[in-house]
Design a binder for this molecule. Sequence first.
Ligand code: URA
Length: 234
Amino acid sequence: METVRLDKCLTMNFGCSRREAGIFIRKGRVTVNGIPVRDAALRVSPEDDVRCDDSGLQVVTRACPRYFMLNKPAGCVSATDDSEYPTVMSCLRDEAGGLFPVGRLDLDTEGLIFITDDGAWAHRVTAPSRKCPKVYEAVLEHPADPVLKEIFARGVLLRGEKTPTLPAELEILAPEKVRLTIHEGRYHQVKRMFASQGNHVISLRRIAIGGIFLPEDLGSGEYRPLTPQEIALF
Ligand code: URA
């Protein structure tokens, strides 16, 4: 019989972080087969009656595909292994293998990235034909020229490319701080778009993918499972 850790069972039911699940458990709010349990590492199976505040939880084991969001820190690569740098997978050490990042963020880019073992789902997130919106916040070297809104809305031709970028939406949040929504995922796209206009990205953070926003309380390097509603968006 497949089993799963008790704290993971809570994260899968509530979409909370493992840390939050541990707090529920330590407060004695979780019972297994009628007995309050304070050990987050206890393994439970679908045959166990797991309850939190007396409402029943589903025990889903690893036979199911897994879906997470990670707040990627700068300094790790979006890959499953690398000879030089730590990878995003090092943030999910508690999870078993088979997972991979969905798409890429640059080494120095932070923010939202999905991690899964469901290749078909990952493909739906990244397929160019779906034009999934991705929202980035960037700090620029120079104040953003408001004319960039029109330029990016029309599309820009990046060096070495044959087709202009798809229409993108630019918001200027502060003189040197912008929010840019793009609908494709070309190599270093955001940095190259600003570079093509004589400005430079100093720091970059992805805050949303396809309507899923990075929660403010998910710290750098933290992750949580996607909820069934979030998974169903793709
Ligand atoms: N655009 C970039 O330039 N870098 C990223 O990591 C993502 C989008």
